[in-house]
Design a binder for this molecule. Structure first.
Ligand code: NAD
Ligand code: MLT
Length: 526
């Protein structure tokens, strides 16, 4: 697998890739044309916030499977384009939050006390204390916009300065405000009117871009101080420049610019605006953490494994991923049966979860069922990311449901595949020891551990059929590992499920098919 590291990440991250045997090229800050020219040669790219991963990029990146974002914000990555092509986008949302929070507070303190300006003057061998009188934080109100990972770290840290912390975040529960000891404000207007300091910590979205603009500055307290260590433009740069001119804003600490890395912003000319070139995550700790995390995530995603920080997949915590793994394997296995047993198109897939599996993020298991379902016919073109889109594009309705009763099992996943005229069902469970079992196929009860090579035989329940299957497999040097038979009634129809050690040759398949009493045979590879 070839990986292009297109923006600077910590050497530890590169070492992690190289030590794992990956073929890594580090080509930093390539001109766009050059990048577009070579990207077809790579399976994965690692970027930070500068490289634009857009439609034009995807069109050139014909072999791309993974985009690793060494950092948090993914506003430079066009997500729909990735999802429809099955490109997995991974990021490292937790690896640099402390550094970003500390930098935000650094900017707040530095701008409130004019530290960089005073430093510059003294370095110029001038001494003047009168120009740099600042303000204390104690007893002041800070308004935090966005109480997510970084906003909450900033909020709790500023409380130790004796500040009153209020926050506006319409997308989180009241419980979260309480957990961080923060007073909730229902509108941005309320927050702006009350705050002596405002610090923004939202992602850049259509809603947040320019959310602190002219209107907000008009209603703000005179002398308010603002910090943006989130994304350029969340505090509108032109509006901020005007508010600085009018003396509404006393100072600002800005780490991110709309046009970065181009430093051409109206804010650059203000003495009372402290600017840093997107340094929020630039600490040794955060960069090592980000580099190693992104390297591991990219490698796991390239292996087709589920990764907790895949942005275009439901979110999973590391701990949950470990617990959910056997269900993902089971879901994929159940899905893989259909197209190997039936040659029929699908209208609808129902996936019903019961028992303790319902405690997990079942939408991810549903993706594993869909991935398994399409893999026998689409191979590597389907993965966790595009499995849903693939179903949608093929006009397949996917219905997920949950119930409590798993009978005498701890949990049950039942997959019902509807074609035009028929219904195929298969169910499985994960035992207390984490062992996957198939417990039903088309209403035939089983208790079977799935293996790489399996044979499903539908036959008449009469003497000799099972024996002949065994004998003829033996003749064709196919060793049976385990076998189970299930029937709906004595002398009626039966289902045999066999696990064999090797793939079954075409010739042997033909012979088994022709056994008298065998109605149908399917050879299933997992
Ligand atoms: P997060 O997703 O954990 O939190 C964002 C919060 O913003 C969420 O709670 C969300 O509900 C809230 N939000 C969304 N829209 C909102 C709106 N319209 N009004 C109010 N709140 C809204 O994100 P995070 O990890 O805390 O990151 C915050 C920001 O910091 C992001 O923009 C990220 O890209 C940026 N960041 C910058 C640096 C840096 O180097 N400067 C480093 C890391 C992260
Ligand atoms: C991030 O989103 O993680 C930050 O912008 C930091 C970075 O990109 O390095």
């Amino acid at each position: 697998m070839k990986i292009l590291v297109a923006e600077k990440i910590a050497q530890k991250g590169i070492d992690t890739l190289v030590e794992a045997g990956m073929n890594v090229d580090v080509k930093l800050s390539l001109p766009r044309e050059e990048l577009l020219d070579i990207i077809k040669n790579y399976d994965a790219i690692v970027v930070r916030s500068v490289t634009k991963i857009d439609e034009e990029f995807y069109e050139h990146a014909t072999n791309l499977k993974v985009v690793g974002r060494a950092g948090n914000g993914v506003d430079n990555i066009q997500m729909d384009g990735a999802t429809k092509r099955g490109v997995i986008v991974v990021n490292t949302p937790d690896a640099n939050t402390v550094s970003a929070a500390e930098h935000s507070i650094g900017l707040l303190l530095a701008s409130g006390r004019n530290i960089p300006q005073a430093n510059a003057l003294l370095k110029n061998r001038e001494w003047d204390r009168s120009k740099f009188t600042g303000v204390e934080l104690l007893g002041k109100t800070v308004g935090v916009v966005g109480l997510g990972r970084i906003g909450s770290l900033v909020a709790t840290r500023l409380q130790s300065f004796g500040m009153k912390v209020i926050a506006y975040d319409p997308y989180i529960t009241d419980e979260r405000f309480k957990r961080f000891g923060v007073e909730k404000r229902d509108t941005l207007e309320e927050l702006v009117k009350e705050s002596d300091f405002i610090t923004v910590h939202t992602p850049k979205t259509d809603e947040t871009f320019g959310m602190i603009g002219e209107k907000e500055f008009e209603m703000a307290k005179k002398g308010v101080r603002v910090v943006n260590c989130a994304r350029g433009g969340i505090i509108d740069e032109d509006a901020l420049a005007k508010a600085l001119e009018k003396g509404i804003v006393a100072s600002a600490g800005i780490d991110v610019l709309v046009g970065e890395p181009n430093p051409d912003s109206p804010l650059v000319d203000f003495e009372n605006v402290i600017l840093t070139p997107h340094l929020g995550a630039d600490t040794y700790e955060a960069q090592d953490n980000v580099g190693v995390t992104v390297a591991k995530e990219v490698m796991n995603a390239l292996k087709g494994e589920m990764v907790p920080n895949a942005v275009n997949l439901p979110a999973l915590k590391h701990h949950d991923l470990e617990n959910i793994k056997p269900y993902l394997f089971l879901g994929e296995t159940l899905g893989k049966f259909y197209h190997q047993v039936r040659k029929d198109s699908i209208n609808k897939v129902e996936i019903h979860y019961s028992g303790n599996v319902t405690n997990y993020e079942t939408s991810v298991i549903t993706l594993s069922v869909l991935k398994g379902l399409f893999e026998p016919i689409l191979r590597e073109q389907v993965n966790y990311v595009n499995a849903s889109v693939t179903a949608q594009n093929r006009g397949i309705e996917v219905v997920e449901s949950k119930g409590q009763d798993a009978g005498n099992l701890l949990n049950l996943i039942k997959v019902v595949v509807h074609s035009k005229e028929k219904v195929f069902t298969i169910s499985g469970t994960v035992s207390g020891k984490g062992q996957e079992r198939i417990v039903e196929i088309n209403d035939y009860e089983l208790d079977f551990t799935p293996t790489q090579y399996m044979i499903v035989v539908k036959n008449n329940d009469r003497p000799g059929v099972i024996g002949q299957v065994g004998t003829l497999l033996g003749v064709h040097k196919t060793n049976i590992a385990t076998m189970q038979v299930s029937r709906n009634s004595k002398g009626g129809r039966a289902l045999m499920l066999l696990s064999v050690d090797t793939d079954v040759t075409k010739e042997a398949q033909q012979v088994i098919n022709n056994i008298d009493g065998v109605e149908k045979v399917a050879f299933v590879k997992i």
